[in-house]
Ligand binder design. Sequence first.
Ligand code: 13P
Ligand code: SF4
Length: 307
Amino acid sequence: MENKLARIEELKREKGVVILAHYYCRPEVQKVADFLGDSLALSVKARDIEAKTILFAGVHFMGETAKVLSPEKKVLIPNPEATCSLAESCKAEEFAKFKAQYPDALVVAYVNTTVGVKALTDICCTSSNALQVVQSIPADKPIIFAPDKNLGSYIQKVTGRQNMIMWNGACHVHEKFSKEGILEIKKSYPKAKVVVHPECRGEVAELADYCGSTAGILSYCGESECDTFIVVTEPGILAEMEKKYPSKKFLPAPSVEGKACNECEYMKMITLDSIIACLENESPTIELDEETRLKASKSIEAMVKVG
Ligand code: 13P
Ligand code: SF4
């Protein structure tokens, strides 16, 4: 592995490439990242970074978002097959028909969508800022919230807002965390705090001491006086938790199928080998239709303005 890490550093220097990686990537992939972050931080970084070429170690929609915001940059993605069940659950053509049924509504879409859906969106959000985005919209305005019904229901519960029309999508990883499995761990670690990503089902989010984005979860674990946490999100984040807070204990939550943790197979498609091949070939890249890109950029920029 050391040879592969060294090869990547050499290629990065030689070709002037900056690597952005999401917390759910494999630990060895996180090691080669120049910037590691949640989807909001990575979108902003992709826009502001001074580099001609970005390699996005994450799923396809993340690379697309980078290209939407920085069309002049080359955006490399190590594996174009690394998709996302939420983005896949909401195809632009079907979404356009859905949207047409509610002409008065404003569209809020999670960044976990294709560029085609973002082009049909008024304002994007991530799990970091979904609350602020929804609160920025006048209370009497109906909202179409897509594609994650769990994040949407969580926001609806926190805000008490009634007029939200949900697209019926979910993340296959977060949907499968088990309430019973978490309660079972709690029996052995009664003082442990439960940290949950809002893509989880309502009955799981209800167990949370903290519910928020990957970056929010990381900050909470650092600030909390507690030293043990049950982590109810993709376990790739454990590497960064253990690195940042080595004296604390992090326990991955189990899935309803009885698995000890619940990985996103798409995020795990990004390997050191695929990064080396991508850097050597300077391919695959993200290419977007300019009209769609321009429409999508408005909804992402609207989100970045809210925070
Ligand atoms: P964050 O916005 O918390 O980084 O989450 C992205 C994601 O894909 C969650 O499944
Ligand atoms: Fe998509 Fe879920 Fe994987 Fe996140 S964890 S990238 S939402 S499939």
